[in-house]
Each structure stands twice: as structure tokens, then as C-alpha cells.
Design a protein around this ligand. Structure first.
Ligand code: PNW
Length: 463
């Protein structure tokens, strides 16, 4: 039996734009994802989040589903343009009322709310008026929005996450241009990333000064990282793998835990990487009460100095020319529907690398999961491949705990199939199947399996 600590937080996660729908109801303003979805060719099949899972109208049903699974915690995000439709200024009471009701329902059912303030649905007004995350004023706008949320919900919400995956916002939104706002550049990601860190720091400062003492909650940030394994034993490949991890997660975690960007980034990027003022770093350093981590996959890393191989880097490599790293996968690794390799040992290695680099912070895996081409048959979805995925990754988490990593909890991505960004509804990450025509919720076999894991606080492992 793989037993987990008694107070281990077992959760499920979603985000506002991916599940809510009701994109223009009750006073909500448009977000950059509402707009991005309207541009032909940006999202598979022309899908949009206009209706999504219709969660906005199915709160009771969805909380009942979580209760049935026995979730101890539910991680969701607040849509900024639902709360402040133009990004700045007037607050929308109906938006506040929606999340207030969700929070109350969760607490009535003994489910702990974990609230992300920014999961990518930036108010479109701020994209037009201040160039989104490139703008000098954006971090103050975010801090004001965060303040509104702390004040409205902080009496009941004790776990706050400022920003989800700054790396994805910066690289996919401003580098590769495959996510909103769709900008392609080699320089803009570093400016966007800088402003995301400033926004995080300012929001945390407000929480700590105005609310934390009385509300007694905690606040942090969630960053994503895949594992990078050296392709060979050569010193050059070992350094390449280390560099790839630094350009991935240390980009955002080093300023928070060490007070500056990693040396490898500073020396390679020069002036392209903005620098922090002393005031800024005072806000950012030590600004996370826990380490939020989203983890999905692993790749091999090889040094490519002077020999970048065309097409060798795909998907989640970042701006590879800045790193001189070639990424690859072992052809024997099984892939998910996203073409992401299933490599549980990479998860264990990453957790141990983070524990060593950041002095053993309390780590929460705030997302881990997989897409598969699930089929509904006779009212059931037999997703044995997803159960195997979770068994593998939870076994890795368990092993990391045995080795002294300070793990606080684990959230599966996702509670339900939903709008998978540029992939639309084609890619299904849920443990709950959503029937296309009716939007009926049908727990997959993996949901029943996860419910048992939560009930027992662990699982029998064949590994
Ligand atoms: C995360 N990559 O996105 C997000 O937090 C979720 O909203 C999303 O549904 C989930 O993972 C699955 O994709 C990522 O290219 C998107 O490395 C892309 C990458 C990583 C995470």
C-alpha cells in the first residue's frame, strides 16, 4: 500500500475560461481568450469557451460531483473580467455573487477552496489599453483586482494562488503566439514574465499587509515545469539539462526564493532580460507561502551550442536558441493524446531537484494529468490508461516523500473534460466525461479510482 501523509490535500482542478461558459452574461466583460477564439485558425475546430461545460449554470451539480468523489480541495480560478469587466474601475456585483456562492457551496460540503486569481483570461480592455502583460501599469491593475478578491472572499478562502504558469503566459502567449494574445517574439516573453512577477509580488504585498493577519490564509504562485534529463553522461549535456530547467522554472522561482533571475539567464540574455529594482525584489523575494507546481512530462536535453537542429524542439521547449539545448524523447516512451511522454520517474527527479534548489519548500502539485481519446460506451468510460498514468505519477510523488520532499498535496487536472485552449474540446483531460450534446457529467473509471484513493489515503500499487 502506498500510504500518503494523513493531512495530505487531495484535490481536483479547473479554470474559469475552460469550464464556465456564460462568456457575456451578468455583466462579464470580454477576455483576451474570448477575442482570441474569434480569430480564424487559432483554435482547433473553431471551438470557443462561450458555453464550455456551462459550469456557470451548474454550480450545485458540479459541487455535488466533487462531494461524491470525496475531494478534500477544489482548485478553480476567478475570471478577472467577470469581477472587473473593463479590467480597472467598476466592480461587477453579479460576478462577485457567482464566486461567493461557489465558495459557500464548497464549504458546506467540506471542500477547501483553492483559488487562482489569474488563469489566463485577461480582461480584453487591458490588452487594448495597456498592451496586456507588456504594459508598465499591468501589475498595479492586477494588484487592485486581487485586493477586491481578498476583500470579498478572504473571510472564507484560505489558499490563494496569484498566477497560473507564468511560463505559459510568457512563452506561448508572447513567444510562440499559440495562446492569447498571440504575439510572436524572441524578446517579449522576458518582459511579460517580468511584469507577471511584479504583479505577483504586489498582490502578495497587499494580502500580507491588509488581510493575512486577520484572514489567516496563505498565498503563493503556481509555476509549471517538465523534467529535463541529460541525454548522455557528458558534462555538456548535464549542463544543458540544468540550463533548460533554469530557463523553465528557475526563471520564476529563483526571484521568489533567491532574489534574482538565474545566472545562466542573465549572462545569456543580457539586456533582453529586464532587471529588478531593489524595491521590486523586496516585494518578490519570499513571496510564496508554498511552492505550487504543475507537471506534465519529461524530455531529454542535449547541449546544442553551435548546432541547433532544425525541428528538434517542439511544444514546450521555450525559446531554445537562448538556451542552446536540443530536446528529444525516447521513442519507447508512451505518449498521451497531447503527444506528451508518460515518464513518472521524471516527476520524482523534478520534485527532488526543486527541494534541493529551494531549501525544501512545501510543494503542492496543483496540476498533473493526461489527455486520452476517451470513448463513452454503455454509459461508461473505461480509461485504464488514465488510471495507469495517475498510479505512475502518484507512485513517483510517494517516492519523493519517502526521500524527504515536503509534499503538501496533489490536484488532478482536471475534474472534468473542458476547453483545452488552442486544442479546443478535442483533448480530454477530465476524470469526468462531458457528453457533447447534453453536457451531462459522467464520472470515468479514473474518477471512481481516484475517489477510492482519497478514501483510503493511498493505493495498492503494482509498481
Ligand atoms: C496547463 N506546455 O497548460 C494549464 O494550467 C491548464 O489550463 C491546461 O488545461 C493543462 O495544463 C493541460 O494543457 C499547459 O506546452 C499548456 O508545456 C501547455 C504547456 C504546459 C501547460
Amino acid at each position: 500500500m502506498k500510504k500518503f501523509p494523513k493531512d495530505f490535500v487531495w484535490g481536483g482542478a479547473t479554470s474559469s475560461y475552460q469550464i464556465e461558459g456564460a462568456w457575456n452574461e451578468d455583466g462579464k466583460g470580454p477576455s483576451i481568450w474570448d477575442v482570441f477564439c474569434m480569430i480564424p485558425g487559432k483554435v482547433a475546430n473553431g471551438d470557443t469557451g462561450n458555453i464550455a461545460c456551462d459550469h456557470y449554470h451548474r454550480l450545485e451539480e458540479d459541487v455535488a460531483l466533487m462531494k461524491k468523489l470525496g475531494l478534500k480541495a477544489y482548485r478553480f480560478s476567478i475570471s478577472w473580467p467577470r469581477i472587473i469587466p473593463a479590467g480597472r474601475g467598476k466592480v461587477n456585483d453579479k460576478g462577485l455573487a457567482f464566486y461567493s456562492k461557489l465558495i459557500d457551496l464548497l464549504l458546506e460540503n467540506d471542500i477547501e477552496p483553492w483559488v487562482t486569481l489569474y488563469h489566463w483570461d485577461l480582461p480584453a480592455a487591458l490588452e487594448f489599453e495597456m498592451d496586456g502583460w507588456l504594459g508598465e501599469e499591468i501589475s498595479d491593475a492586477f494588484a487592485k483586482y486581487a485586493d477586491v478578491c481578498f476583500e470579498a472572499f478572504g473571510d472564507r478562502v484560505k489558499n490563494w494562488i496569484t498566477i497560473n504558469e507564468a511560463w505559459v503566459v510568457a512563452i506561448l502567449g508572447y513567444g510562440h503566439g499559440v495562446f492569447a494574445p498571440g504575439k510572436k517574439s524572441n524578446d517579449l516573453p522576458y518582459l511579460a514574465g517580468h511584469n507577471l512577477l511584479k504583479a505577483h509580488g504586489k498582490a502578495v504585498d497587499i494580502y500580507r499587509k491588509k488581510y493575512q493577519k486577520s484572514q489567516k490564509g496563505r498565498i503563493g504562485i503556481t509555476n509549471n515545469c517538465d523534467w529535463r534529463e541529460p541525454l548522455t553522461n557528458s558534462q555538456a549535456d548535464k549542463e544543458a539539462a540544468e540550463r533548460a530547467l533554469e530557463f523553465f522554472i528557475a526563471w520564476f522561482a529563483d526571484p521568489i526564493y533567491k532574489g534574482d533571475y538565474p545566472e545562466s539567464m542573465k549572462s545569456r540574455l543580457g539586456k533582453r532580460l529586464p532587471s529588478f529594482t531593489n524595491e521590486e525584489i523586496a516585494l518578490i523575494k519570499d513571496s510564496s507561502d508554498f511552492f505550487g507546481l504543475n507537471h506534465y512530462t519529461t524530455m531529454y536535453a542535449a547541449d546544442s551550442t553551435g548546432k541547433i537542429e532544425e525541428g528538434s524542439v517542439y511544444g514546450n521547449g521555450g525559446l531554445s536558441e537562448d538556451q542552446d539545448v536540443n530536446l528529444s524523447v525516447d521513442p519507447n516512451w508512451k505518449l498521451t493524446d497531447m503527444q506528451w511522454a508518460i515518464v513518472p520517474w521524471g516527476c520524482q527527479k523534478l520534485l527532488e531537484w526543486l527541494a534541493a534548489r529551494y531549501d525544501n519548500p512545501e510543494i503542492y502539485i496543483t496540476e498533473n494529468g493526461c489527455a486520452f481519446d476517451d470513448i463513452l460506451k454503455d454509459g461508461k468510460v473505461e480509461d485504464a490508461d488514465r488510471i495507469a498514468f495517475f498510479e505512475g505519477y502518484l507512485t513517483a510523488v510517494h517516492a519523493a516523500i519517502q526521500n524527504g520532499v515536503n509534499m503538501g498535496g496533489y490536484f488532478i487536472w482536471s475534474l472534468m473534460d473542458n476547453f483545452e485552449w488552442a486544442s479546443g474540446y478535442d483533448k480530454k483531460f477530465g476524470i469526468t466525461y462531458i457528453e457533447k450534446e447534453t453536457l451531462n457529467r459522467i464520472p470515468k473509471d479514473s474518477a471512481l479510482w481516484y475517489a477510492e484513493v482519497i478514501r483510503k489515503g493511498g493505493f495498492e500499487s503494482k509498481m
